[in-house]
Design a protein around this ligand. Structure first.
Ligand code: NAP
Length: 331
């Protein structure tokens, strides 16, 4: 924790991107979890300056994000663009704020902790003013993998994700629900469709989303060589990223042992048989839901799982607020 944010003062909190899907969820989660907030600054682009957002039943006027608007802040939640985080976060951190960044800009920077508080809260001790919050898909995956890793070690992970339109922000939801059916945000029309491409297609035929999922999973779990292979698919769902995961462990783990390990882990909601979760039930929840745990008859040390996460809450805002709570607790 920086010198500018002692426990004795109620923190000044800025939310950059307060008009966006993640930013408005950060405001909601801060209020729901009674995070200590002295002053709340809601920041956005010049376009939304002067508009209003709600926090704890009051309206706040949105200001344009700028270095001056962050002066004196103790916590800054960035939920805007990667470019804006790159431009504004270092100065805010140097001035004594702790930045919790939702963009991908700092996640793979070796000097920036990438944190899921249930898994690697110890990494926060190394922060130098910026903490990165993982990709929404990664958080769901690592929350399911960590208990299995602790129980039996990990050898190999293969995952297919089914990702909601809101993962692409407010414009993603608008494109899914608009009557016009134009495709500007997604590479094909999403309504009534399934698109095997989330984000940019790279020269190696994987996508930037797939590379994030692999690299961030390795960093959070502290397993830099873990074989992780994946396909990320966009589906016509508003909120909730799902994943079908095939995990190979070092030691054979029967499904009932895996279920016990998953049930004992904080932040997971585990179902058996028909008690699996689907995105419509998970939207608005903070747990990661794991179900369909079963052995792979083709391999003695492989298990299949089904995971679902609300990408805007635990996949973004809730995890970011938990990071700030953990920083306060550790200070
Ligand atoms: N959606 C998800 O599931 C999810 C999950 C994890 C991480 N993330 C990350 O979280 C961030 C926000 O995503 P989102 O889904 O909330 O997107 P969004 O709904 O499109 O909102 C984007 C926000 O960024 C603001 N913004 C854009 N350019 C800006 C600028 N130059 N200066 C100041 N503010 C600017 C927008 O303000 P205006 O309204 O003024 O334009 C808006 O508040 C992104 O980095 C995204 O990758 C998203």
């Amino acid at each position: 924790m920086s010198a500018g944010s002692p426990k004795t003062r109620t923190p000044t909190v800025a939310v950059v991107g307060a008009t966006g899907l993640v930013g408005e969820t950060v405001l909601r989660v801060l209020a729901e979890r009674a995070f200590p907030v002295g002053e709340l600054r809601a920041l956005g682009s010049a376009k939304s300056a002067g508009t209003r957002v709600r926090f704890r039943g009051h309206e706040l006027v949105v200001r344009e994000a700028s270095p001056e608007a962050l002066e004196g802040a103790d916590f800054v939640f960035f939920a805007a663009t990667g470019e804006l985080s790159r431009a504004l976060a270092p100065a805010a951190a140097a001035a004594g704020a702790v930045v919790v960044d939702k963009s991908s800009t700092w996640r793979m920077d070796a000097s920036v902790p990438l944190v899921v508080p249930e898994i690697n809260p110890g990494a926060l001790a190394e922060h130098r003013g910026i903490v990165a919050c993982p990709n929404c898909t990664t958080i769901g995956l690592v929350m399911a993998l960590e208990p299995l890793r602790r129980a039996a070690g990990l050898v190999h992970v293969a995952v297919t994700t089914l990702q909601a339109a809101s993962g692409a922000g407010r414009e993603g939801i608008e494109e899914l629900t608009s009557a016009a059916r134009a495709s500007n945000v997604f590479p094909r029309m999403l309504a009534g469709n399934v698109i095997p491409q989330c984000e940019k297609l790279l020269a190696n035929d994987y996508t930037s989303e797939e590379e994030k999922l692999r690299d961030e999973t390795r960093k959070i779990l502290g397993l830099p060589e873990l074989p992780v292979t994946m396909t990320c698919v966009r589906v016509p769902v508003a909120i909730g990223h799902s994943a079908a995961v095939l995990v190979e462990t070092e030691r054979a783990l029967a499904p009932r042992e895996a279920l016990a390990a998953l049930r004992a882990f904080p932040g997971l909601c585990v179902g058996e048989g028909s008690e699996y979760a689907a995105p419509l039930e998970v939207a608005g929840r903070d747990e990661v839901f794991v179900g369909r745990v079963r052995s792979d008859p083709t391999h003695p040390r492989r298990l299949w799982l089904w995971c679902v996460i609300d990408n805007l809450r635990k996949g973004a805002a809730t995890n970011a607020v938990q990071i700030a709570e953990e920083l306060l607790a550790q200070s």
